[in-house]
Design a protein. Structure first.
Length: 161
């Protein structure tokens, strides 16, 4: 991220610190970006879908749009490889013949578990780098910061006066 000399003069010291923090967080979280492969050749978005379906047992495809906060075509694009790989099946709803539900296959359950184990190992490594006596304070501080970011971005743009 480049800041011109003119715009750099506008930022106060705390703005610079916050901008640097946001930039560092963004770089650190690239492993969790939508299309980043975690393990078992599953992307973060695909794992999130597997996890939600596993938690619910069976999930309406229409409900997944809202959970992912994406449009129908994006949801379909994310689910299709999971169906193609035999991890998820589309099942017609018993209550509405037009509706489609998602359910994990036995192989999907295995992959879900394997990816969770991989993520758990990563989370353990992250946690080991946070001093034990500081963990709860760090987690709470991150939650507060994320909430502040959500509230600031709720207007739909980052830089709105």
């Amino acid at each position: 991220m480049y800041i011109t000399t003119m715009s750099a003069k506008i930022l106060n010291k705390n703005d610079r610190k916050l901008l640097a923090l946001m930039s560092d967080l963004s770089r650190a979280l690239r492993c969790c970006q939508q299309e980043a492969v975690l393990c078992e050749n599953i992307t973060f978005s695909q794992f999130f879908i597997l996890d939600v379906v596993a938690e619910k047992g069976e999930l309406k495809l229409a409900d997944l749009h809202g959970i992912l906060s994406v449009d129908k075509s994006t949801t379909t694009r994310l689910v299709s490889p999971l169906v193609k790989e035999g991890l998820v099946v589309r099942v017609k709803s018993n209550h509405d013949s037009r509706a489609v539900n998602l359910r994990l296959t036995p192989r999907g359950e295995e992959v879900h578990q394997e990816v969770w184990e991989c993520i758990s190992g990563f989370m353990d490594r992250v946690e080991m780098n946070v001093p034990e006596e500081e963990r709860e304070k760090v987690y709470e501080t991150v939650r507060i910061f994320l909430n502040a970011m959500r509230n600031a971005c709720a207007v739909g743009q980052c830089c709105v006066e």
